[in-house]
Design a protein around this ligand. Structure first.
Ligand code: NYM
Length: 203
């Protein structure tokens, strides 16, 4: 690896339904890329450690009730509070593997019946992923885990996705998913190092 000081890191986002296996895949991808010598960190949204994240966590575990619009804006605020750190990491050459991002934000809230354009608005200006990988299929005592709701979320992911999304069948053997993800991520890291510039949502 050629460690150019100006080479930036890549923003790799994993999306998918609840229990589609994103979390274990992001762990595997992290160790693979780290093993190749790339500086990489694994992040997730919601980030439950921040002040806003604690409110989200209490809502998700049914310990508090919030209006659908309010929780939507908190999920978005949770991404905004990490935006400058995210940008600093990427510019310093560290790649980020992020488990859920704005697409989960929009798909889950729109599946509850909120207007999709309203849902996208607070995401405008956040950093756009360099790779959007989504696991199709799969799913699972938290809020949102009912099958019908998951199907509705899937429908909204579909509405948000375009040709730039890399779709992976979550029903494939774990090793196959892992292999596909590794190839995609490596391509992405390479093009970011070669100078692909950072862009912003909503694309
Ligand atoms: N979720 C996640 C949202 O509704 N909006 C968001 O912006 C994000 C990031 O939170 N069911 C939902 C999806 C999940 C739940 O996520 C918790 P996780 O990955 O299980 O911690």
């Amino acid at each position: 690896i050629n460690h150019h000081s100006e080479a930036r890191g890549a923003l790799v986002v994993l999306e998918g339904l609840d229990r589609s296996g994103k979390t274990s895949q992001s762990g595997r991808l992290l160790s693979y890329l780290t093993g190749l010598g790339y500086p990489v960190e694994s992040w997730r949204f919601p980030d439950r450690d921040t002040a806003v994240g604690k409110m989200i966590s209490s809502y998700l575990s049914n310990q508090s009730q919030l209006d659908d619009h309010t929780i939507h804006l908190l999920f978005s605020a949770n991404r905004w509070e990490k935006r400058s750190l995210m940008e600093a990491k990427l510019k310093s050459g560290t790649s980020l593997i992020v488990d859920r991002y704005s697409y989960s934000g929009v798909a889950f809230s729109a599946a509850k019946g909120l207007d999709i354009e309203w849902c996208k608005a607070p995401e405008v200006g956040l950093l756009a992923p360099d790779l959007k990988a989504a696991e199709r299929g799969g799913y699972g005592g938290e809020r949102y885990e009912q099958l019908e709701f998951q199907q509705n979320v899937a429908l909204h992911y579909k509405m948000l996705s375009d040709a730039s999304w890399k779709m992976i069948d979550a029903c494939l053997p774990m090793e196959d998913i892992e292999k596909q993800l590794k190839e995609m991520a490596l391509d992405c890291l390479t093009s970011c190092r070669k100078g692909k510039s950072i862009s912003h949502l909503w694309l």
